[in-house]
Design a protein around this ligand. Structure first.
Ligand SMILES: [Zn+2]
Length: 212
């Protein structure tokens, strides 16, 4: 078996993932919430060309390669049981780390606060569609934070996913996308250029790693 391992200094062809999203949940979400969250982020980001490989932060291995990455923390409860018909206080629903004006690839989504913000409307929906609607809302808040991270901007757009505040209706609507300016900022971002250079957008990527 040892003979199958690459020798020191030997070239090794490795397939390169697009953007690695390393996620950690304080409380594990139900599968339907997690699936809706990922599907929504992928769908919002697809027109801008940014594609993600989702990984659990705690399961990350040294052999995972990606062109760019972000680490995402999901705070609090991520399920839809025990809702009540009141709107809880509404502070920030998500955040992106900034140090000395530089945006860092660390972002968070406050699942618990989003739950509280949406619960009155969620209770009016059929029980069987609540997890999907809530997961989609979490995805919109995450897409907003990823906009800050990958467009490298603290600015907000006026009407798309990059706007500064979401209403309950926007988070629960059937569809919400980036507006033209926000989409342009993502398509002209350094990360987009890096994906292009790596051949990821054409699907021709191959990547070789030197062993040091
Ligand atoms: Zn923002």
């Amino acid at each position: 078996m040892l003979a199958a391992l690459p020798a020191l200094g030997e070239h090794q062809e490795i397939s390169l993932a697009p953007i690695g999203l390393y996620v950690q949940f304080q409380q594990p979400p139900p599968a339907a919430v997690a699936d809706a969250l990922k599907a929504e982020v992928d769908s919002i980001m697809r027109p801008s060309g940014l594609r993600f490989t989702w990984r659990e932060l705690l399961a990350a291995r040294g052999s995972d390669f990606s062109v760019a990455l972000a680490v995402i923390t999901f705070k609090g409860r991520c399920d839809v049981t025990g809702l009540n018909p009141h709107i809880s206080d509404t502070g920030p629903l998500g955040w992106t780390a900034i140090s000395d004006g530089v945006i860092l690839p660390f972002a968070g989504v406050d699942c618990q606060r989003i739950r509280g913000f949406l619960q009155r409307q969620l209770l009016r929906m059929p029980a069987e569609s609540r997890e999907e609607a809530y997961g989609r809302a979490l995805g919109r808040v995450l897409a907003h934070e990823l906009y800050h991270v990958f467009a490298k901007t603290i600015n907000h757009g006026s009407c798309g996913v990059g706007k500064s505040k979401f209403t309950v209706e926007e988070l629960l609507s059937v569809s919400l996308q980036f507006d033209a300016g926000e989409s342009l900022a993502l398509r002209t971002s350094e990360t987009h250029t890096a994906l292009e250079r790596a051949g990821i957008l054409k699907g021709t990527s191959s990547f070789s790693a030197e062993h040091f």
